[in-house]
Design a protein around this ligand. Structure first.
Ligand SMILES: O=C(O)[C@H](O)[C@@H](O)[C@H](O)[C@H](O)COP(=O)(O)O
Length: 260
């Protein structure tokens, strides 16, 4: 019998009246996702982005339901800079989150800064870090993150996957590098679509009126193929959008009721 292929689930969009409501619901969502993952596999695998996202995770700080010792954290993208550099996503996440919670240091998977001069080696080494976590334990062609948390730039980019860039077509590698990011700094590594689209859950967080125009393009006109529209986790995976009213202002489709 031929295999049945399901189309990806459509995005679930949650529109929040206030940032605090978004932050609270995001924390509850993470805690539930974390619990399900730990019950099933004894660990929780998550990828984080930079931008405003780490601050949106503040609902986890001091929350006793967060089992930090079971988290394995990777970066959805990272800038090729030292870990204490102001441009480093790890530096940002450390300032906003990890310095405030009891996560074991070796559960936060950073780039190998001894390889900053050779981006190919840097991205290969990060891919190997992922392979150590996923392929040896789950024996899968691509890692299946329990959750990937993403932001979106005003041009529709996500991770370090920019409109029109050749990395949008990457089908094989888990981690890729670029030296020509249109947004500084130019040198970065990024998870690729095969990884993002194998995740069990992906959440975009997009707030503020600066996101209204591009959000309508990404969600109402996905056929335009902006990078964020290409995030379509394979069935039964699910992509969620956590947005606020200013970001939703130009959206044509109805958000789903928040009932998480
Ligand atoms: O790599 C980068 O240049 C940024 O980190 C970028 O990808 C950011 O995540 C988005 O632009 C969303 O930014 P905000 O979350 O601040 O809106």
């Amino acid at each position: 019998m031929a295999a049945v292929h399901h189309a990806p689930n459509p995005p679930v969009i949650h529109n929040f009246a206030t940032t605090d409501a978004l932050v609270d619901t995001l924390a509850n969502f993470l805690i539930k996702t974390q619990k399900d993952a730990i019950d099933k596999k004894g660990r929780f695998t998550i990828a984080l982005s930079g931008g405003s996202l780490p601050k949106m995770l503040r609902g986890l700080i001091g929350n006793p339901a967060t089992k930090w010792d079971k988290w394995q954290v990777f970066y959805a993208d990272e800038r090729a800079v030292p870990l204490d550099h102001p441009d480093s996503n790890h530096n940002l996440c450390t300032q906003d989150l990890f310095s405030k919670v009891p996560i074991p240091k070796d559960h936060v998977h950073t780039i190998d800064v001894s390889l900053l001069d050779d981006l190919e080696e840097l991205s290969d080494a990060y891919e190997k870090e992922l392979i150590r976590e996923f392929a040896q334990k789950d024996a899968a062609r691509f890692p299946v993150f329990d959750l990937i948390l993403l932001g979106m730039g005003p041009d529709g980019h996500t991770c370090s996957l920019f409109p029109g860039h050749e990395l949008l077509a990457e089908e094989d590698r888990w981690v890729a590098y670029l030296e020509d990011s249109p947004k500084p700094p130019p040198k970065r590594i990024t998870l690729t679509y095969p990884v993002i689209n194998h995740a069990a859950k992906v959440i975009f967080v997009a707030t503020g009126e600066g996101k209204a125009e591009v959000l309508s393009k990404v969600l109402d006109r996905p056929e335009e193929g902006l990078p964020a529209s290409r995030v379509k986790p394979a069935f039964p995976g699910q992509v969620y959008w956590f947005i606020d009213a200013p970001a939703a202002a130009k959206l044509q489709q109805q958000p789903s009721p928040v009932n998480l």
